[in-house]
Design a binder for this molecule. Sequence first.
Ligand code: NAG
Ligand code: NAG
Ligand code: NAG
Ligand code: NAG
Ligand code: NAG
Length: 446
Amino acid sequence: MIIYGKNVGSAAGPFVLLFIFGLSLTSYYWKRSATQYGTDGQTSKPELSRSIRRSQITDDTFTQLEDKYSFIIAPYFDNRSAPSVRVIIIVHHEKVKELYCLFFCQTDNVIPVRGQLNLHSDRFGFPYVTADLLCSEPQDCYPQYVSLHTSPEPNLVQLPVFKIKNRSSEGTSVEFTVCISTMFGSYNNILQFIQSIEMYKMLGAQRVVIYKNSCSQLMEQVLRYYISEGTVEIVPWPIHLYLNVSHYWHHSMDAKDIGYYGQTAALNDCIYRNMYRSKYVLLNDPDEVILPLKDADWKSLMQRLQEKNPSAGAFQFDNYVFRNNVFAPSVPFNFSSWDSLPGVNMFLHIHKEPIQKGSFNNRKMVVDPRKVIQTSVHSVLKINGESVEVPNGDAITFHCRRPEWKDLPEKSLVQDTVLWRYNTTLIANVNKVLQKSNILKANTKV
Ligand SMILES: *[C@@H]1O[C@H](CO)[C@@H](O)[C@H](O)[C@H]1NC(C)=O
Ligand SMILES: *[C@@H]1O[C@H](CO)[C@@H](O)[C@H](O)[C@H]1NC(C)=O
Ligand SMILES: *[C@@H]1O[C@H](CO)[C@@H](O)[C@H](O)[C@H]1NC(C)=O
Ligand SMILES: *[C@@H]1O[C@H](CO)[C@@H](O)[C@H](O)[C@H]1NC(C)=O
Ligand SMILES: *[C@@H]1O[C@H](CO)[C@@H](O)[C@H](O)[C@H]1NC(C)=O
């Protein structure tokens, strides 16, 4: 193991330099918490090692390394099996063979550690893949910052430096967080989005994290409302600036760099980001709602499921497609004010495709983030514990979208008004949001 000594401009006027460091750091953290994640709760004053210059520190969602084939999302302290740092990354599956964590120790030494590079198994044929890099922390180092490189001896002055997210001390803890990966394609499904968020809140969500690539102006206004309300947290996700992204999930459908806007990277980041601030994490798209059928809310559902399966850390719910192009003959919940908004009114769609026997079901999950090591979209890849398929009499994934089982005729659809159970509260809550956020007025202007 090579150990670097103190370096980088600490010779001239150390006191003046330290003072300037302090000032710029303060403004950096002030700026960051004001602009980036709002409620992230990053209040702890970091002690900056003298080997790092402020300009090296980055909190961007994506940072490309010198090798051009590695993109760093974020390093997380992971003490589950040994004190280590797990870095969520996207890499080219063939070009990247080894990566080093360069730990900035409290003693001002910089210690390189070769990481264990774990490419996730759900690459779906694309050349770029979500991965995690597991680096053991050196003894007596207590790093707060880490850098990454393909070699153990890079020129430190030019490297990007990341603050290790120390998850156990960040933010307030909640019971349920919904992770929405990823919002893209100038997303403008306003009405369905508001209905979904209000459903999540009614069922027990206290936080919704949205990985946002792009959305419409009107949607920006909706998001601003939910951010100010304290429900929504945005993680900027400008992946298209770094890689050619596909709208599809498999390479054979669209030969780009990476599938579906890097969805699996976003999901893994969301699990680590919320590991110590949410008891459960739901991995959903905005057109999906995990609906309990026997319980009033997620809390009661999860208590029951967890009691039955004490060692389970992932719960999968059958996905039912409620076709958004098939309308109920007459719907008691069709309001002209809603009708004027862009997007789908989920109340109008009560015809679901039956479960296709012997065919893959796109189940969605509720997970205990502290047990998950790696996740995919419909199942976990690595977990300390079991993964359970929840019987569809207990709960389902309500998924209001275009047909999935395309050659199934309409007469074979099953009528199901399960969402109507929530009519009274959902209608009132949606109307409250429309009023408070001024969305209807903004909509008539566009
Ligand atoms: C990591 O886990 C070990 C064993 O559970 C514990 O003794 C130690 O305090 C933990 N370290 C930190 C920094 O939380
Ligand atoms: C992480 O947070 C814990 C709890 O707040 C704290 O005791 C520990 O020193 C922190 N570790 C690092 C490496 O910052
Ligand atoms: C995407 O591919 C095109 C050529 O097919 C290339 O010119 C462009 O630089 C690529 N963009 C990114 C972000 O990699
Ligand atoms: C809902 O109401 C609008 C008019 O406000 C009407 O055009 C539409 O057909 C109605 N849809 C259903 C499913 O009843
Ligand atoms: C609307 O919800 C109430 C309970 O709040 C329920 O009694 C009623 O049947 C629902 N209406 C429809 C048409 O399902």
